[in-house]
Ligand binder design. Structure first.
Ligand SMILES: C[S@@+](CC[C@H](N)C(=O)[O-])C[C@H]1O[C@@H](n2cnc3c(N)ncnc32)[C@H](O)[C@@H]1O
Length: 262
């Protein structure tokens, strides 16, 4: 099995890890030691039965959240700060950040700041990048983490003053990763997609979170949401496509949501 995996992806990364990892102490670690693993991944190629299995599990995983009984499927913490994510999606973010080295990450939907702190921590390890995170609701501000790479912006993601501030912060940045995780109603997400596309350079990502709701495959009663917004956006903007290789772990809260600019 392992031979099959290493055979597929080539031995270089594994060999480097084997010869250089052990001798280093924690004190000597810097971002210069970042690895060179750069496999190119395919989108999942599933049979109909496998697809149904994945969808059933995704639905179960999402529906089983039960805060009262403490079954926290999608409520996670990073360094003690709460966030709503699927851990496998966090791994995809880590890989995107290390590979693309964004100068700036624009996150819409701060909530308690756990996801912003996660992104900042990965940027710390990569030795590069900053985060601007936007939320209309400042209620959680007192419990949000303070981190030198994170700036908080209060207001609606689509308000002129917020977009103007983001534009100012983005002005001297080349590579920008956008994550839309705010108001999930279709009209709002579509408006965000139309606004925030301008910050993404060719090859960069704009991730629409929670495309799994409204029955794709879970939470069917939500109504038109991120999935439908992605449909409308991709129909009008052919510079972006859904990079389904980001779904290679099969379980994701963002099916067809990892949009990439050609
Ligand atoms: C799903 S939570 C964000 C979760 C967070 N990214 C995480 O992973 O923990 C959605 C957040 O979007 C915020 N929000 C709702 N409408 C918004 C808007 N128009 N502009 C900015 N933020 C908004 C809400 O206040 C809420 O905190």
């Amino acid at each position: 099995m392992f031979q099959r995996i290493f055979g597929l992806f080539g031995g270089k990364g594994a060999a480097e890890a084997g010869t250089s990892g052990g001798a280093r102490s924690a004190q000597t670690w810097t971002s210069a030691h970042q690895g060179t693993f750069r496999a190119s991944f395919a989108e999942p190629n599933l049979t109909e039965a496998e697809r149904q299995l994945v969808e059933s599990f995704s639905d179960l995983y999402y529906r089983k959240i039960d805060n009262f009984r403490g079954l926290h499927t999608i409520v996670l913490s990073w360094m003690g700060y709460e966030m709503f994510k699927c851990p496998l999606d966090l791994w995809v973010y880590q890989e995107i950040i290390v590979r693309e080295r964004p100068d700036l990450i624009i996150e819409v939907g701060t909530y308690k700041g756990g996801s912003a702190l996660y992104l900042a921590s990965v940027c710390d390890l990569a030795g590069h990048g900053e985060i601007i995170t936007i939320d209309i609701d400042p209620t959680h501000d007192p419990v949000r983490p303070r981190h030198p790479r994170i700036s908080y912006l209060t207001g609606s993601s689509t308000a002129d003053d917020v977009v103007a501030k983001v534009t100012e912060v983005a002005a001297d940045k080349q590579k920008i990763l956008v994550i839309l995780d705010g108001d999930h109603r279709c009209e709002h997400v579509l408006q965000e997609l139309r606004i925030y596309r301008r910050f993404v350079a060719p090859g960069g990502y704009m991730v629409v979170e929670d495309t799994n709701i409204n029955g794709h495959p879970t939470y069917p009663e939500f109504g038109p949401g991120p999935w439908e917004a992605v449909d409308l956006f991709l129909a009008e903007d052919n510079e972006f496509y859904a990079d389904r290789s980001c779904e290679r772990f099969l379980l994701t809260m963002n099916p067809r949501g990892f949009l990439r600019r050609r």
